[in-house]
Design a protein around this ligand. Structure first.
Ligand SMILES: *[C@@H]1O[C@H](CO)[C@@H](O)[C@H](O)[C@H]1NC(C)=O
Ligand SMILES: *[C@@H]1O[C@H](CO)[C@@H](O)[C@H](O)[C@H]1NC(C)=O
Ligand SMILES: *[C@@H]1O[C@H](CO)[C@@H](O)[C@H](O)[C@H]1NC(C)=O
Ligand SMILES: [Zn+2]
Length: 446
């Protein structure tokens, strides 16, 4: 709990020093990755394969069809691996640049997302307050969207299934996390067989650039589900992703379990994420993924009311298409287990009539090394060849439909009545006040 205070203090110091801010943020992201791994709740985290480690070691490499010749060796993809010096993106992308994949996009905004301008944003990795003028306006828009928001109470205890028996029993809630229910208006597979919807969650982060370079090398595009409060620190990485033709989608502001939040808090999480992405890119995503896959019909409909279609990962009774790649960092799993998970995904995908969406992460070095060294090269070596693409394309839609401003409303209408005034303007509570509030909250948490 000391960490919370330390982080809040560093954020405060960071106000005067952008460099300190970034270093503090880096430590924060690394701690956060460890915390996410420790409290892991993604379905089947608990799955134990009845194989011994040596069985696994002997079998998994031979079961991969290819690896990258320059892969980081498996023995170096371990918790506590020496962190490579991370690259920053080379050049600032000029204002006005458009991604060639979205011909009707507005040009990139005229700023390297100047942090002073951004002082309206809530505190990093904390659920934003719900009493700001912006959140009040988004609440109004949700109310006027025409999408009914069901009256389910939030879940408790980190959305743990055992701690929420009533919510699990309430089947009309359609809780994905506990009970495997899939919502009507959400995406969890690709349309066509042997199409792989390539997705990376939790960035932008310090090794995202390495992943982007690799994807350029092999000429692949992916969907990045980004965390709003991390966009705040690495806006140039987000611009680079977007202009290179990757799909940008939302992964909330603070990476909290959405079913545990009130309606207003969910609105704040999604609203601020939309806002910061629009300010950095000039466009607003049409898709979101709930952290930990934690979604029910209340959260789904709030998302839809805000123009956001939920995107999950594929799963059936036996296999969740979750590599568990980010858990190597926190020593909750091993790279061998991640590749065993991957082999299970490949096998399961062959039995589907549809394509599939896999959960991967760009939050830490270990997850990026697994993707660039092993998982993607193996996917590229499949025969018959797989089509590896962003989720929007694997739904047979053009990249333009990934953004509210450029979506083709004739062929892909929004479920919600979206108000053109959804675009927020600067103003609102002072940043300093919010940092101090965060600091106090941190102290209370002691
Ligand atoms: C969620 O929204 C959809 C689309 O408007 C609506 O048909 C459905 O009834 C809503 N679900 C609940 C549980 O209210
Ligand atoms: C990871 O966990 C294993 C036991 O599960 C332990 O032996 C090992 O020391 C741990 N490694 C690190 C770096 O903490
Ligand atoms: C589609 O509708 C949205 C929301 O009303 C609007 O912002 C957008 O500009 C429309 N798309 C096009 C291509 O006009
Ligand atoms: Zn996540």
């Amino acid at each position: 709990m000391k960490l919370v205070t330390a982080t809040a203090l560093l954020s405060l110091l960071g106000l005067a020093n952008a460099h300190g801010d970034r270093a503090a943020h880096r430590r924060h992201v690394e701690n956060l990755a460890a915390r996410q791994a420790r409290t892991c709740f993604i379905i089947r985290c608990e799955t134990e394969l009845a194989l011994t480690l040596s069985d696994v070691l002997a079998s998994f490499l031979t079961s991969l069809d290819a690896t990258n010749p320059t892969a980081v060796p498996l023995s170096a993809i371990v918790p506590g691996a020496v962190s490579r010096v991370t690259q920053t993106v080379e050049a600032t992308i000029p204002a006005g640049t458009r991604p060639s994949a979205v011909p009707n996009a507005p040009g990139l905004p005229d700023c390297q997302f100047n942090q002073n301008k951004a002082q309206k944003y809530p505190k990093e990795d904390k659920v934003p307050p719900t009493d700001s003028p912006q959140v009040k306006r988004w609440k109004e828009e949700v109310k006027n969207s025409g999408v009914p928001i069901p009256n389910f109470s939030p879940t408790v205890e980190d959305a743990d299934c055992r701690a929420n028996p009533a919510a699990v029993a309430e089947t009309s809630r359609c809780w994905w996390t506990c009970g495997q229910c899939e919502g009507k208006n959400e995406v969890s597979t690709c349309k066509e067989k042997n199409h792989w919807g390539l997705t990376f969650d939790d960035g932008p982060a310090f090794h995202t650039k390495e992943l982007l370079d690799y994807l350029d090398e092999v000429k692949l595009k992916a969907t990045f589900f980004v965390v709003g409060s991390r966009v705040y620190f690495l806006p140039e990485v987000l611009q680079h992703e977007y202009i290179s033709g990757h799909q940008i989608a939302i992964h909330t502001w603070s990476h909290s379990r959405l079913t545990t939040l009130t309606d207003d808090q969910v609105i704040a999480e999604l609203g601020w994420s939309k806002e910061i992405i629009r300010e950095v890119l000039g466009v607003t995503p049409t898709h979101m993924r709930p952290p930990y896959g934690d979604i029910d019909d209340r959260v789904r409909n709030i998302s839809l009311a805000m123009g956001l279609t939920p995107v999950m990962w594929t799963r059936n009774e036996n296999v969740a298409f979750n590599t568990q790649d980010f858990e190597v960092f926190g020593n909750l799993t091993t790279i061998e287990q991640v590749l065993t998970n991957w082999n299970g995904i490949k096998t399961a995908s062959a039995n589907l009539d549809t394509g599939f969406i896999v959960l991967q992460h760009d939050l830490n070095q270990q997850a990026v090394d697994a993707a660039t060294g092993y998982i993607i090269p193996d996917g590229l070596a499949q025969s018959p060849a797989w089509t590896i693409e962003p989720v929007i394309n694997c739904l047979n839609m053009p990249m333009a439909n990934a953004y509210i401003e450029t979506n083709d409303n004739a062929t892909n209408p929004f479920i919600a009545k979206l108000d053109g005034s959804a675009i927020a303007t600067a103003g609102g509570p002072g940043w300093l006040l919010m940092v101090v509030t965060g600091l106090l909250l941190g102290l209370f948490a002691l």
